[in-house]
Design a binder for this molecule. Structure first.
Ligand SMILES: Cc1ncc(COP(=O)(O)O)c(C=O)c1O
Length: 460
């Protein structure tokens, strides 16, 4: 949902052998220097994404704040960038709360989500004096009240309502349907607000709704906004409960296809137009006039829309092989680094860091090299370990480097040590400078041994 940039952050250089750049740095230089798998982020893209979100809301003249959802990416160096920009933080664990505070987010712009907050997490957030807990059940309300009473504090809370709206996203990232575990049914929400208001250590300040992630049509947002507004207004009129804010969650979809274009890249199977994703202005234009009917301060909690397209995950081809039905490109990067293709059937554009000149005799630029459909897979011992399936790619060979685009959200944060693989390093690019913002884990640390236990063969 980001608006078009003057000069794309990820783009191919215009030399005879085009290579992929992030800002002013060739990605192959970073792959050579730091190895792969490697997460590479653009500071400029993160700042532009946040400012675009903020500016679109500011232009509407409504009181609001944008609270970045840390679950998308919680690297402290990226968080510092957003804290400086004035973002709020939406956290779901003690770890996310601590890193948000350390990164410099103001506690009065921190919200705490999640269906299963532990007592220790509630206590920590109360002591930090956060803006609000987004409460998901009546039992949680009682627990928060008890802990706040014990600490002689008052807990500010929003109640997360479940509007029973189909986000039309992948079922695993849809959260606003009755059968989902999230929030309190709209039909029972009034009772929940009255129940909350009756607790002496609780101050009811808001309502929260979040219907899912990677939502690419406006309709579900509009439906959720209408039913939330209707509820807020009736809560005020019929029950005398007046709120301060309406938190409309995150979920804004982004483009994953045709992110980087070049005449030498095989065309995307969806064609030049790619997939439809509403722009930020369309989203705000559709929902804000509805939400504004409440007169409440509005909070948005985007995660993906702020960080996803700021990042490429770099991989190296280890082997290629074919069987009677498929061609495989086996890389050093797989579901341990990026589980989204396996978990959500998610599409990520995968492109070579260097484009080879068109091989056709007499052919000029703009002619696409012969390409073939391949599965780009990782080294993990699972059939679900793939980055892309049936993808048209120009010929690839051992040692070639690839970029998996738009890997900034739910990439590193969902990475694992499965197969005892060390988690990748992360690098932040700013113009023509770059630095490591998280070191690659060592094999020894992941394996739980203090030093190499292999005795050199010659010493035996
Ligand atoms: C409550 C809540 N808010 C915000 C987000 C961020 O969603 P997205 O990254 O799709 O914007 C999520 C993600 O699942 C969420 O659960």
């Amino acid at each position: 949902m980001t608006d078009v940039l003057d000069q794309e952050v990820f783009r191919y250089s215009s030399d005879a052998q085009p290579q992929l750049l992030v800002e002013d740095v060739p990605l192959s230089k970073l792959a050579d220097e730091f190895g792969t798998p490697l997460y590479v982020y653009s500071k400029r893209q993160i700042v532009e994404n946040f400012q675009a979100f903020n500016a679109t809301l500011k232009a509407s003249g409504k009181e609001h704040y944008v609270s970045y959802a840390l679950k998308a990416n919680s690297n402290i160096e990226l968080l510092r960038i957003l804290a400086v920009e004035g973002a709020g933080a939406d956290v779901v664990s003690a770890g996310e709360l601590l890193v948000a505070l350390a990164a410099g987010f103001s506690p009065d712009k921190i919200t705490f989500d999640g269906t299963g907050k532990t007592d220790a997490e509630i206590e920590l957030a109360l002591r930090a004096n956060i803006h609000a807990f987004n409460v998901e059940s009546l039992e949680e309300l009682t627990v928060i009240n008890d802990i706040a009473t014990r600490l002689s504090l008052r807990a500010k809370i929003s109640i997360r309502v479940n509007p029973n709206v189909d986000a039309k996203s992948h079922p695993y990232i849809s959260t606003g349907l009755k059968e989902n575990k999230f929030g309190i049914d709209m039909a029972e929400a009034r009772e929940a607000f009255l129940y909350a208001a009756a607790h002496p250590a609780i101050e009811v300040v808001g309502i929260h709704v979040h219907i899912g992630s990677q939502i690419t049509s406006l309709d579900p947002f509009i439906k959720a906004a209408r039913s939330t507004v209707k509820f807020v207004n009736s809560l005020r009129v019929k029950s005398g409960i007046v709120l301060e804010h309406l938190n409309f969650g995150g979920g804004q979809g982004i483009h994953y296809r045709n992110v980087v274009r070049h005449p030498q890249l095989p065309p995307d199977e969806l064609g030049e137009e790619g997939e439809y994703v509403p722009s930020l202005s369309e989203f705000v234009g559709a929902v804000l006039p509805i939400l504004d009917q409440t007169g409440l301060k509005i909070i948005f909690e985007p995660g993906r829309a702020i960080v996803a397209n700021s990042c490429a995950l770099l991989a190296t081809v280890l082997y290629t092989k074919a069987n009677s039905v498929k061609h495989f490109v086996i890389t050093d990067t797989g579901m341990t680094e990026l589980i989204r293709p396996c978990l959500y059937d998610a599409y990520h554009q995968v492109v070579p860091l260097k484009l080879t000149p068109p091989p056709l005799e007499g052919a000029g630029r703009g002619v696409v090299s012969p390409s073939q459909k391949v599965d780009i897979v990782g080294p993990i011992c699972e059939t679900s370990d793939f980055l892309a399936q049936g993808r048209e790619m120009t010929p690839l060979k051992r040692g070639d480097r690839l970029a998996v685009l738009c890997a900034g959200a739910y990439g590193y944060t969902l990475a694992s040590n499965y197969n005892l693989r060390p988690r990748a390093a992360e690098v932040l690019v700013d113009g023509d400078t770059y630095r490591v913002i998280r070191a690659r884990e060592t094999i020894e640390a992941v394996a739980g041994v203090s030093e190499s236990v292999i005795t050199p063969a010659s010493a035996q």
